[in-house]
Design a protein around this ligand. Structure first.
Ligand SMILES: Nc1nc2c(c(=O)[nH]1)N[C@H]1C(S)=C(S)[C@@H](COP(=O)(O)O)O[C@H]1N2
Ligand SMILES: [Mo]
Length: 249
């Protein structure tokens, strides 16, 4: 139980704060995140049981209809974190020169609207969360991720960030995912650069990867090279190969 001074914040107050936090910017999001951590420790949020992997897109529509923007993935004590295996090497097989890496940002019009070195991400508010990483292959592991909520980054692009989707790609374009705006702006959706307190290794997605514990691992793209705000549903590597596009938990 950390931050006992937050005990005065009711869940309802936090929720309205959470909805506003995107507009209010990074500090509010970080505060909201820790508020949630406290709430979760106090009263665990149920996981929907019996989630089965499915190759049917229809399943994704059902999950999307059930989506509650206030729902949080369960969090764990940091001491519960375990090493994570490397799984999925599309777009990360070859080592890259980390110091020369940058992420390109593409806006709603399809134009390049920004480019950011890793230091710019590191300058955003840092949070850690210990959550269960779940792979559609049927395994999971509790791990601690460190990084910044994507919403903090998106607040630099407030007009474009209203787009319906965000598409992410590796620098070589070999792996790509698309996520709905609500999922991207969820407080547990991080641009992460640490795993279990250490800088990410290249095979885990250095220098920057996506983490979003209310979706399966297939959506959690390692080694981000391009971030696109778009109203057209982005291409999705495993979506094109028969997996549920939404891939929610
Ligand atoms: N670039 C890239 N990101 C990826 C994948 C991949 O093949 N390439 N696989 C995904 C899958 S299926 C999982 S389970 C997680 C695994 O992350 P890890 O290797 O850090 O355990 O990465 C996801 N992100
Ligand atoms: Mo996976």
């Amino acid at each position: 139980m950390t931050a006992p001074e937050r005990k005065t914040i009711t869940e309802e107050e936090f929720r309205s704060r959470s909805r506003r936090s995107f507009l209010n910017g990074g500090a509010a999001i970080a505060a909201g995140f820790y508020g949630w951590r406290w709430i979760l420790n106090d009263e665990p949020v149920d996981r929907i049981p019996g989630v089965l992997r499915s190759v049917h897109e229809r399943n994704g529509e059902i999950w999307q209809a059930l989506y509650d923007p206030d729902r949080m993935a369960p969090t764990f004590e940091a001491s519960k974190a375990k090493p994570l295996r490397v799984n999925g090497r599309h777009g990360v097989r070859e080592e890259i020169d980390l110091p020369s890496w940058s992420a390109e940002v593409v806006g709603r019009t399809g134009d390049r609207i920004g480019e950011h070195a890793i230091e710019e991400f590191h300058a955003l508010p840092f949070v850690e969360m210990t959550v269960e990483h779940k792979c559609v292959e049927g395994w999971s592991e509790v791990v601690t991720w460190g990084g910044t909520p994507f919403a903090n980054f998106a607040s630099m692009y407030s007009d474009d960030a209203e787009a319906d989707y965000v598409g992410l790609e590796t620098p070589d374009g070999d792996y790509y995912v698309g996520l709905e705006r609500d999922a991207m702006l969820h407080p547990q959706t991080l641009l992460a650069w640490e795993l279990n307190g250490e800088p990410l290794t290249q095979l885990h997605g250095a220098p920057l990867r996506l983490v979003t514990p209310l979706k399966y691992g297939i959506k959690q793209l390692k080694r981000i090279g391009r971030i696109e705000f778009t109203d057209d549903r982005p291409a999705d590597y495993w979506g094109e190969r028969g997996y549920d596009y939404y891939s929610g938990l």
